[in-house]
Design a protein around this ligand. Structure first.
Ligand code: M6R
Length: 602
């Protein structure tokens, strides 16, 4: 989603702002802009499309000044046009904003005597602030007063005419970080944007606003009281925003999986036992409720099989946007687990707030331990995947699965459903996975060849049974996200209840099926497809391939693995299929159209 940067520097800031915005590109955007104040005067440049267009505009029309704010916009209110791009200005005020001002219509009505130049909700913030300045308030007071009138979610940065040493920053529902330099100060919607500038970061808390000057920051809480917020040293991932020799971040992240999964496994198990999950006790839990969006939701759907089969715990899995409004009953003895790579997904956060005080334990399984979802949970379980830049989630999915597998094994052991020996066996299967994933990655050539044909399809089906069913849905999501080919994932057994009507020779069917207890049934489903001229791409192990015999469009042979944790291994071909199909189609793999990395609006 949108990205914010702000710099009170000692040099010309335009290049620094654009550079910092580049580090936020991964969040997804469709226009960008910067504003500076120079000789007391505000000015701005904005451009639609990629940042290179903004850079070009700055070459032709440079923007001087040592103080500035910048923004990448992902359109919500109004199309991606120059006039809707941020920063928005009103007289002496410039504003950049992430989130949605829900009462903007009401505010616009109140300000109808003023001249608006965009269709955005954000412009009302600039206009309202200028209105308060017209009434005699100082820039600081006008900005603070403006915040009192805003409803919705925001991270905001204000810059003012005549104020070369002031940025007012505010956070409510959307994160904002303040960076401390030497005689310079910075603002960023995440610490990544500020990576090359500083590693000393203060996160604003919900409702905080801050007066940032080159000398430091004065933070006030929602009631206007001076607030003391911790300044932390955040290890900067300058290197991790490098593609590491790969063509795309997504490829880099797929190939990092053996390493990041190993990090996760060593964190959560030692000597055949699950470790380091203090604060989590499933002994008295009567139900696990897991809530997430997108890929994180599919990770939960896989983990449901583990909680139910290993730990004997009933488990509900919900899409956050549905769960938050369904107002379903929450058992006071339940453990609620919220899974989110970014930790900022608006629907997941809202669902968490609905459950707080109702469930016995609220657990955040997140990749960003400083995120809002983490901060509002009772227990934080980091997935340790490192920064994920590609919009299509890959290594975070892998480590969500790895982390949830440990939680399920721990629950099983605490509830007496497995003994120490079985715990050790299960952990051994997990420990073998990084090596097996390397073998799966070595299948890239074979996948690349087949995807040349797959890229011609208009529609693709993915089938799986048991825990491979949610993986089939994840495979379909990956494919549609980055190749724009329509794809759906189904439970194999569901095929003849409707989707089989779609089958003809133009619809490839990717069957993800390790040789397990239900493999025979999957073979029957494949036969049903092939009998209708459907093209089956079977992904299985050597035993499965031998049993399935000839007649498939293609068969990809994966290493053997205990079926219980097969989804982690089979995620790799699903990701590589999506990636190489997208390459054949020439789409924008890391920043697919219309998508954002962190979805901070409903
Ligand atoms: O940051 P989160 O894990 O909460 O994000 C949830 C989804 O938006 C995310 O997984 C999305 O579906 C990805 N683009 C999938 O590749």
């Amino acid at each position: 989603m949108c990205g914010i940067v702000g710099v009170l520097g000692n040099h010309e800031v335009a290049p620094t702002l654009v550079e910092a915005l580049k580090r936020l590109e991964y969040r997804g955007y469709d226009s960008a802009g910067i504003a500076t104040v120079q000789d007391g005067k505000l000015d701005r440049r904005r451009a639609v499309g990629k940042l290179v267009n903004l850079s070009d505009a700055l070459v032709h029309d440079p923007l001087p000044g040592k103080s500035g704010i910048g923004h990448t916009r992902w359109a919500t209110h109004g199309q991606p046009t120059v006039s809707n791009a941020h920063p928005h200005t009103a007289g002496r005020v410039a504003v950049v904003h992430n989130g949605i001002i829900e009462n903007y219509r009401e505010l616009r009505d109140r300000l109808r005597h003023r001249e608006f130049t965009s269709q955005t909700d954000t412009e009302t913030v600039a206009q309202l602030c200028e209105e308060f300045m017209d009434q005699g308030l100082s820039p600081r007071d006008a900005a603070a007063e403006t915040l009192n009138h805003l409803e919705g979610a925001y991270a905001l940065a204000f810059l003012f005419d005549g104020e070369e040493d002031l940025i007012v920053a505010a956070r409510k529902g959307s994160p904002l970080a303040i960076g401390h330099g030497e005689g310079e100060m910075f603002v960023g919607s995440d610490a990544i944007a500020l990576g090359p500038l500083t590693d000393r970061i203060t996160y604003l808390e919900e409702g905080d606003y801050a007066f940032v000057t080159r000398q430091g920051v004065e933070i006030r809480d929602a009631e206007g009281r001076l607030a003391n917020r911790e300044t932390r040293s955040i290890p900067m991932q300058a290197a991790s925003l490098d593609k590491g020799g790969h063509k795309h971040f997504m490829a880099k992240e797929i190939f990092e999986q053996p390493v990041v999964l190993s990090d996760c496994l060593s964190q959560y198990s030692d000597d055949g036992q699950v470790t380091l999950l203090e604060g989590l006790d499933f002994t008295e839990t009567d139900r696990v409720s897991m809530v997430a969006c997108g890929t994180a939701h599919y990770a939960c759907a896989v983990a449901k099989y583990w909680f139910e089969q290993l730990a004997g715990l009933p488990c509900d899995v919900d899409i956050a946007s549905e769960f938050r409004y369904r107002e379903g009953p929450v058992s006071p003895a339940s453990t609620a687990i919220f899974v989110s790579q970014s930790g900022e997904t608006a629907d997941t956060l809202a669902a968490l707030r609905y459950v707080q005080e109702k469930a016995a334990n609220v657990v955040a399984v997140v990749n960003v331990p400083e995120s809002s979802i983490a901060r509002e949970s009772d227990v934080i379980v980091p997935i340790l995947a490192g920064v994920e830049v590609g919009v299509a989630s890959t290594k975070a999915f892998m480590n969500q699965l790895g982390t949830l597998a440990h939680l399920a094994i721990m629950a099983a052991r605490q509830r007496g459903r497995i003994d120490a020996e079985r715990e050790r066996e299960l952990l051994n299967v997990l420990r073998g996975l990084p090596g097996l994933i390397n073998l799966a990655l070595a299948q890239e050539e074979a996948i690349m060849r087949r995807t040349a044909k797959l890229a011609e399809a208009r529609s693709v089906l993915f089938l799986g049974r048991g825990a491979m069913f949610p993986l089939a849905m994840e495979g379909a999501l990956k494919l549609k996200e980055i190749s724009y080919i329509h794809a759906e994932g189904y439970a194999s057994g569901e095929l003849k209840h409707g989707p089989i009507a779609l089958i003809d020779k133009s619809v490839p069917v990717i069957v993800m099926a390790p040789k397990d207890a239900l493999f025979d049934k999957t073979i029957s489903n494949m036969q049903e497809v092939m009998a209708r001229d459907g093209k089956v791409w079977l992904i299985t192990d050597a035993d499965g391939a031998a049993e399935a015999g000839d007649g498939t469009w293609d068969t990809l042979v994966m290493p053997r693995i205990d079926p219980v944790f097969a989804p982690l291994l089979y995620a790799v071909p699903a990701q590589l299929i999506a990636y190489h199909t997208a390459l054949h189609k020439g789409t924008d793999v890391d920043q697919p159209r219309n998508l954002a990395k962190s979805v901070t609006v409903e």
